[in-house]
Structures are given as structure tokens and as C-alpha cells.
Design a protein around this ligand. Structure first.
Ligand SMILES: C[S@@+](CC[C@H](N)C(=O)[O-])C[C@H]1O[C@@H](n2cnc3c(N)ncnc32)[C@H](O)[C@@H]1O
Length: 273
């Protein structure tokens, strides 16, 4: 999957979708340099080393020191759920949706018997292909997840894990319903691991971010009523791993968040079907 030559990403426009993927990549890479990382994404650090980009400007914008933990705690919980599924189902299909530049497939290093698909919009996958290449057991698919044709390319005879970090809030509610229905109708059994934001997300986004966040839900348990095949297994809020943050002031900040309804802003959900 990996290549080693330098790649020039200087054309990635500040504020674009591709740029947001570089932001989260940078934060994961930054955190891997901590003496006691929560995620320890050394593959992200290698990617940042390979990519020619104005990382100094990125550093000023992202202000790592406190901001990396939202991203790394969220990724860690989804990684742990995914790793658990792969231990139980080493012959699984993994649908990693809205993958951006995330190195989840490298972090989890699944066995060769797993079929892993990284899926994102065509422009994002075109950029990703400059960093990584397909190999046995690993393929990238450039497609919107709202067009069900991408599902036709996948094996349906294996236990299937969908993992989607920071994706479904960018879809409309009918699109989320259709996506989940498309997966549970097509694959025999599996799990879905993804984060959802509260209804505050789209409301705030209308004011601050031109409405790019389209969907929020108060409690994702409601999805069981949308789709009777879904069974909620567990939920966790993003800050649940905050006791592992090495910096005392940042840890305290997260404790405060966790003690208030703000903890329910971004919730991680694991469903079986
Ligand atoms: C906030 S980024 C998160 C990326 C990655 N999961 C991470 O944590 O770094 C959201 C990603 O979802 C992708 N995305 C949004 N809408 C999508 C759609 N309809 N189909 C496929 N990908 C989509 C974007 O292109 C972007 O890469």
C-alpha cells in the first residue's frame, strides 16, 4: 500500500475538503510524536514527511498542543472497535468510508485474509493515490457513498465492517438512511462503527460553516427504529479516553467537557446487523 517518493500537495487549496483531510492527518501525525500517544499514528507521521506542503502554516492554524486529542481519541476508539471485529472475523470485508488521508488500514495492519476498501469522493481518492497504491486485500474506491453503484464492486459473502469517521454528518438524513439500508440489505452480517453529531451540529454549521454539516441526531439509538436490522451494541463520547492525555490542563479541559452535555456533541456508535 505504501510508496516512498516525495509527493507535492502544494496545490491543495486552503479550506478545501482535501485540506481538511490534511488537517486531521497532521494532527494524528503530531500526536504520534508524544512520549505517550493515545493513537500513535506513525504512518500519518511518515505521510506528512513525504508530502510537500506548507506544514508550518498548518501548524499555526491547527495549534496542536490541545487540538489533536479530539481527532486521536475518536480515531482510537474506532480503531479498537475495528480491531475487535477483525480479531473475531479475520475473513472480513472492511468498508472504510470517508477515509480521506486516514491511515487506518496501516494502523490496524489487518491479516491478508481481510478485504479492505478505502472509499471517498473521487477527488480525494485521486489525491490519496499519489500517496498509496492498491495491493492484494487493499483497494481505494473514488465514489460518493450516496451513489449505491460503489457497493456493486464488493464481495457480499463475508462478515462486513463499515467504519466511518467524520462522515455521516456531511450527508442528509435520507442519504444516511439509504446508505445504512444499502449496507444492511446487501451484506449478511457485520458491524457499523461511526460517529454522529447532535442536532446542534447542523444548526451551528448554518451560522459558522455555510451549512456543510447537514445531519445531526440526539441519540443514534433511534437508528434501530429506522432500520430493524440494526442493533446498538455500544456508544461512547469522543472524550471518553481523556484520562490518557498527558497534559494536565488539557486533561482537565476534557474532564469539564465530559461533565457537561457538551460530551454528547460527537458520539461514537457501534451497531451490529
Ligand atoms: C472530515 S473528513 C474526515 C476524513 C477522515 N475520516 C479523517 O478522519 O481524517 C470527511 C470526509 O468525508 C468525505 N465525504 C463527505 N461526503 C462524502 C460522500 N458523499 N461520499 C464519500 N465521501 C464523502 C470527504 O470527502 C472527506 O474526506
Amino acid at each position: 500500500m505504501t510508496m516512498t517518493d516525495k509527493v507535492d500537495f502544494s496545490g491543495v487549496a486552503w479550506g478545501s475538503v482535501e485540506w481538511t483531510n490534511l488537517c486531521t492527518l497532521y494532527l494524528r501525525a503530531y500526536e504520534s510524536g508524544s512520549p505517550a500517544p493515545i493513537l500513535g499514528d506513525t504512518a500519518a507521521a511518515e505521510a506528512v514527511d513525504r508530502i510537500d506542503y506548507d506544514w508550518a502554516r498548518m501548524r499555526r492554524a491547527m495549534r496542536p498542543g490541545s487540538n489533536q486529542y479530539l481527532v486521536t481519541m475518536r480515531a482510537k476508539q474506532l480503531d479498537d472497535w475495528s480491531a475487535g471485529f477483525l480479531r473475531r472475523h479475520p475473513d472480513a470485508t472492511v468498508l472504510h468510508l470517508g477515509c480521506g488521508m486516514d491511515t487506518r488500514a496501516l494502523r490496524l495492519a489487518p491479516p491478508k485474509t481481510v478485504q479492505w476498501f478505502d472509499v471517498d469522493q473521487p477527488d480525494v481518492i485521486a489525491l490519496r493515490r499519489r500517496l498509496y497504491e492498491d495491493r492484494d486485500g487493499y483497494r481505494m474506491i473514488g465514489s460518493t457513498v450516496t451513489d449505491e453503484a460503489w457497493l456493486d464492486q464488493l464481495p457480499t459473502d463475508r462478515p462486513t465492517l463499515m467504519v466511518a469517521e467524520g462522515l455521516v454528518m456531511y450527508l442528509t438524513e435520507p442519504q444516511v438512511r439509504a446508505l445504512l439500508r444499502g449496507i444492511t440489505d446487501r451484506f449478511g452480517s457485520g458491524e457499523l462503527a461511526f460517529d454522529t453529531v447532535s442536532p446542534m451540529g447542523p444548526r451551528l454549521s448554518k451560522i459558522f460553516t455555510k451549512g456543510i454539516i447537514k445531519w445531526g441526531i440526539r441519540d443514534a439509538r433511534e437508528l434501530e427504529r429506522w432500520n430493524p436490522r440494526l442493533r446498538l451494541l455500544e456508544q461512547s463520547f469522543v472524550g471518553a479516553l481523556c484520562e490518557r492525555i498527558p497534559s494536565a490542563p488539557v486533561r482537565l479541559l476534557w474532564r469539564v467537557v465530559n461533565a457537561t452535555p457538551m460530551r454528547n456533541y460527537d458520539v461514537l456508535n457501534r451497531f451490529a446487523f
